[in-house]
Design a protein around this ligand. Structure first.
Ligand SMILES: [Zn+2]
Ligand SMILES: [Zn+2]
Length: 132
């Protein structure tokens, strides 16, 4: 299937590594599995993508199916997304997303749960002092 630049509209996209690039506007098209794989390689960790919907922006047509894409944010990067086919990054947005890839580490992986220790610290000492 030929992919067409969602931004320039009549410009075909060309393979560039694991992305498809528009030579005119330098935007990049990437499917979601590839995007997750790229982020996981950078963080050495599982990642989840916390899409948040961005309202009010002009919708661009999907590079593959031409249906209007959702305007979304990932971190502070603004993107356009077709849930079936992939994600569109304007020029440099992919680079800035990759720079903040650590943000998308899966929580369970990043956080070590500590037992609550309020009763073992100073408060616990006072509690014992006053408990006679
Ligand atoms: Zn373009
Ligand atoms: Zn699509």
């Amino acid at each position: 299937m030929d992919l067409v630049c969602p931004s320039c509209q009549d410009q075909p996209l060309a393979v560039a590594g694991r992305t498809m690039r528009c030579e005119v506007c330098d935007g990049a098209w990437i499917n979601e599995e590839t995007l997750v794989a790229l982020l996981e390689e950078r963080t050495n960790s599982l990642v989840t993508l916390p899409w948040s919907e961005r309202l009010g922006d002009k919708q661009m047509p999907c590079a593959a199916c031409k249906a209007p894409m959702l305007t979304v944010n990932l971190g502070d990067v603004a993107l356009d997304r077709c849930a079936q086919h992939g994600v569109w990054f304007d020029a440099h947005e992919l680079v800035s997303l990759l720079k903040q890839s650590k943000r998308f580490k899966t929580e369970a992986d990043a956080e070590v749960t500590e037992p609550p220790h309020e009763h073992h610290g100073l408060l616990g000492v006072f509690a014992r002092l006053f408990r006679r």
